[in-house]
Design a protein around this ligand. Structure first.
Ligand SMILES: [Zn+2]
Length: 363
């Protein structure tokens, strides 16, 4: 299965290179106040409390990220704490269920031939579509084969066919994911990239979500800390403005060795850390966004309808905020049909007037 996917991805990559990266679109120039590169990074199975438990000595990069615009009290999808539903929220700004949901509830290998659009019954637009529509290059590098659903959905499975993710690859190894990201930084002027690191989830399923110092789960997070450190150092040493949004699809620990119980705090409390390459100062995201977001304490609030003004102001920061925040930082409009951060009102330190420089609507 894994080998087959690698081959399929390689073939897709060739097709994508042929149709996407050389399509001759003119990139949208970045103003001084926008970011050249925005990376949405998911650390699969990262429980928030693992970061303070590890401490800055063992997790220097996570603490560097925590020292930016951050919270350890973000939320997953309100009804699902599994991989594919939450990651699909991260790139679409939709919850899983409900009238505005993307509708992909399963977490197994996606059935051959099915796409997000065939499942939802409408076209599910992603942040990749919006960015690519504005001439910004898009990448997706992941370490679980089930993400082939996205490649199928955003590159081939639409009428007329489109290629919205211009470079994609599946890697078992964590360092290969980082290598892809660093290659993009060297090659592209502007980009929107999604990275997925599976290792903590693998360790959690095998040994449990144990945050004691020498557990396999903590060792996996230390390894990802090193990978993210390589990436941040590359960004900080370059001349292009970069922003990194680090979050997770779910925590873990209940039931033992899994994370499927959506009502358990160990599963639904996740980090949301936004770092910029000019090392903007530290602020709590709820403090910075107190007019538009509410710290949920230990609660698990449902998503609010787009026209529910009071409900919108009560929303926690969610992993689903990532799509429209990423587009905002690139100076682009929100994902059509999204309801999470669809007003693009989630602020970070380090951005400045990004809403004043908007590109035209996606073509
Ligand atoms: Zn898992």
């Amino acid at each position: 299965m894994v080998t087959a996917l690698v081959i399929r991805c390689s073939a897709l990559l060739l097709a994508m290179l042929a149709t996407g990266e050389t399509s001759g679109r003119q990139p949208t120039p970045a103003s001084d106040r926008l970011f050249d590169h925005v990376f949405v990074i998911s650390v699969d199975g990262l429980r928030s409390d693992a970061i303070p438990a590890g401490g800055p000595g063992r997790l220097p990069t996570f603490h560097r990220l925590l020292g930016a615009s951050s919270t350890l009290n973000a939320r997953t999808d309100p009804e699902f704490t599994v991989t594919l539903p939450n990651h699909t929220s991260m790139i679409t700004g939709r919850p899983t269920a409900g009238a505005h949901g993307h509708g992909w509830r399963e977490n197994s290998e996606p059935p051959e031939g099915e796409t997000l659009h065939t499942r939802a019954g409408f076209e599910v637009v992603s942040m990749f579509d919006v960015a690519h529509g504005h001439g910004i290059r898009t990448g997706c590098f992941f370490s679980k084969s089930k993400f082939s659903l996205w490649i199928r959905s955003f590159n081939a499975g639409r009428e007329p066919p489109r290629t919205s993710i211009v470079r994609a690859a599946f890697h078992e190894g964590m360092s290969e994911v980082t290598d892809e990201a660093i290659a993009v930084l060297k090659e592209w002027d502007r980009g929107l990239v999604f990275l997925h690191y599976a290792l903590p989830d693998r360790a959690g399923h095998e040994h449990g979500w144990d945050i004691s110092p020498d557990s396999p789960f903590m060792a996996s997070i230390i390894e990802i800390d090193g990978e993210l450190g390589r990436l941040l150092d590359e960004m900080a040493s370059g001349t292009r403005r970069c922003a990194v949004i680090v979050t997770s699809d779910h925590g873990g620990g209940y039931p033992f060795r899994t994370h499927v119980a959506a009502h358990m705090w160990v599963n639904y409390i996740i980090p949301f850390l936004v770092w910029t390459s000019d090392e903007a100062p530290s602020i709590d995201l709820y403090e910075l966004n107190r007019e538009v977001r509410r710290d949920p304490s230990l609660d698990r609030p449902p998503c609010a309808e787009p026209d529910d003004e009071a409900g919108q102001r009560m929303q926690p920061v969610r992993n689903g905020d990532a799509a429209n925040l990423a587009l905002h930082l690139l100076g682009l409009p929100p994902v059509p049909g999204s309801i999470i951060n669809s007003r693009q009102d989630l602020r970070i330190l380090g951005e400045a007037g990004a809403t004043e420089v908007r590109s035209p609507d996606p073509g």
